[in-house]
Design a protein around this ligand. Structure first.
Ligand code: GLY
Length: 586
């Protein structure tokens, strides 16, 4: 289909034929994990085991999410945390949906120019390394808020497995060793971090050795016994504030005392009959996923096919337009007016489609508005219980092992979330994101995130739980898993494992995972004007964790009565890119 006229005809025909049955696409993936009563999917198998144990003992999905959150803080220190923050999307069995924002806040002493030199240029490393990069952590209060509002179990019961994991240690497997090796350079610079993540002789831990975190066990024990005050008002806060002062940081006791969790309405949109619930600002995730889905809904993606030049072209263009809005219009809702109504309006999606040529790539510079990220070591987990309560959590230290600092005596790794703010409008951050004023630094403000813990319902029943790490790519990773299931008919494991593409407006490039596009597809796209780069950094493409409810795939659900249909109720999949992860069900 080299002839542009023929392509246009095909697109028009495709519209007409958009009621065609789901094209079945089979990717090379193992079978998803099947279970009847509950499913927990995390990036660390020990945390998945702990979550399933909570469900087996009668805890609900929120209880399991709290136990998993603390367990990952021990067993997945690259991103699991109590020194960072995140988001929890909850859909209860009665259909109520809600969202907890426990992301970091800028310290009170922060200023909009704090990462700039005398000439007004960003100073490399200032917003990413050491104490000046640290935002006020939210995970401990986030988990406690979730527990008191929606959980059923005691804090002590939910924290006990994590305390044991830290106190007795856990055996390091290949994925754990790879992760520690990845962070070694950063961790070696901070004596308190090095004392934990290197052996007493200063050598790195080896496969099969046990990592014990005694200080972290003590911190977790005091939080378990005394509640969040142990973290925000007691010796832990004091130790972090002191270490910050010693390390040229600006954290103060008041920052900890005044930290609060926000309970917000999730972003909601409907894509081809499926209700999507995802993260509202201060995350851009839900808004931008919905904006892209609204644009794509106008194209017969299923008919155009997975990985075809036509499908990929409209995906890229929808991403290009939506990331302009992400990077320029969105910010902390307590500080800026987010134009959510406009961005989620299907008429706005139609306006965007009208700007998309079927023959030609758009030009990002031409979309520059009047006004005016890449570490990937966030982590996402998905949980559903026997009653159908579903929880999606994405939380993070931002960069791998955060700012790489541990306040002596606490065992707690601290985040470098301040880098998610706009240090200087127009200058790329850690994720390569070029952002604007809406995300400028201000005291008490939360930096804009891309984290997208998402729950999808169909006919008022849970259908899918999904999310991923991946910095600025979280949005497109989550989006692609959704359309792989809904449009391309993949099962949840295939949908997550399928190679990915990404565009984020600036730089004006299409990034593709190796093998995502065939050579002739690339030629077709290049002929339309797309500049495509193969991005071979496997760590940058996320580690999605998903659950599908009611069948292995849409086709499986449609044939529910046939002999080939799976018998399970829940299907879980951890990304094949997540070396130490596991989907566990019962
Ligand atoms: N720190 C990554 C994000 O929140 O998007």
């Amino acid at each position: 289909m080299h002839d542009p006229y023929k392509r246009a005809v095909a697109v028009v025909f495709a519209f007409v034929l958009s009621l065609s049955p789901l094209a079945e696409v089979y990717a090379a993936s193992p079978e998803p994990v099947e279970a009847e009563h509950g499913m927990v999917v995390t990036a660390q198998h020990l945390a998945s085991d702990i979550g399933v144990d909570v469900l087996k003992k009668g805890g609900n999905a929120v209880d399991a999410a709290i136990a998993v959150g603390y367990a990952l803080a021990v067993a997945y220190p690259t991103a699991g945390n109590i020194g960072g923050g995140g988001f929890m999307t909850i859909r209860l069995k009665d259909g109520k949906t809600t969202f907890l924002d426990f992301r970091e806040r800028a310290p009170r002493a922060s200023t909009r120019t704090m990462y700039l030199d005398d000439k007004g240029n960003p100073v490399k490393g200032l917003s990413t390394d050491g104490y000046l990069a640290v935002g006020v952590p939210g995970s401990v209060l986030g988990f406690e808020t979730a527990r008191t509002r929606y959980g059923t179990k005691s804090r002590e019961e939910l924290m006990e497995p994590a305390i044991k994991l830290a106190r007795d240690g856990f055996v390091l497997e290949e994925g754990d060793i790879a992760s520690l090796a990845d962070g070694a350079k950063k961790l070696a610079k901070d004596p308190a971090a090095a004392a934990i993540f290197f052996k007493p002789d200063g050598k790195p831990y080896a496969l099969g050795e046990t990592l014990v975190q005694a200080d972290l066990a003590a911190s977790l024990s005091s939080i378990s016994q005394q509640g969040p005050d142990a973290f925000y008002k007691g010796p832990i806060a004091d130790a972090i504030v002191k270490a910050s002062q010693d390390g040229k940081g600006i954290l103060a006791s008041q920052d900890f005392e005044q930290y609060d969790v926000r309970e917000l309405e999730p972003i909601k949109c409907n894509y081809r009959g499926y209700d999507i619930f995802s993260s509202p600002p201060p995350s851009s995730g839900g808004v931008i996923i919905c904006e892209i889905l609204n644009v794509l809904e106008g194209y017969p993606i299923s008919y155009l096919g997975y990985g075809s030049a036509d499908t990929v072209h409209v995906m890229i263009e929808a991403m290009r337009h939506a990331y302009v809005d992400r990077n320029t219009a969105l910010g902390d809702p307590d500080f800026v007016e987010n134009p959510i109504g406009k961005l989620l309006d299907k008429r706005y999606a139609k306006e965007i489609r009208e700007q998309i040529s079927p023959f030609k790539a758009g030009v990002s510079q031409e979309l520059m508005p009047k006004g005016f990220g890449e570490s990937t070591e966030t982590t996402h987990y998905s949980i559903i219980d026997d009653e159908g309560n579903a929880v999606a959590v994405t939380y993070t230290l931002n960069g791998s092992f955060g700012a790489g600092v541990v306040a002596p005596g606490t065992g707690i790794l601290l985040n470098n979330e301040m880098d998610d703010f706009t240090a200087k409008p127009g200058v790329p951050n850690l994720y390569g994101l070029v952002q604007g004023e809406a995300n400028a630094i201000a005291p008490g403000k939360t930096p804009l995130s891309s984290m997208s813990p998402t729950i999808i319902a169909k006919d008022d029943k849970p259908f899918m739980v999904i999310g991923s790490p991946g910095g600025a790519r979280i949005i497109t990773i989550t989006l692609e898993a959704i359309i792989n299931v809904i449009d391309h008919g993949m099962d949840i494991q295939e949908a997550i494992d399928a190679p990915r593409i990404h565009h984020q407006w600036l730089p004006d490039k299409v990034y593709m995972e190796p093998y995502a596009l065939s050579p002739d597809t690339r030629r077709l796209l290049a002929g339309m004007g797309h500049d495509i780069d193969v991005d071979e950094r496997w760590t940058i493409w996320g580690k999605a964790a998903g659950i599908l409810v009611g069948g292995k795939s849409l086709a499986d659900m449609e044939q529910a009565n046939s002999e080939e249909a799976g018998s399970g109720r829940y299907y879980g999949a951890i990304d094949s890119r997540a070396a130490s992860g596991a989907a566990r069900g019962y």
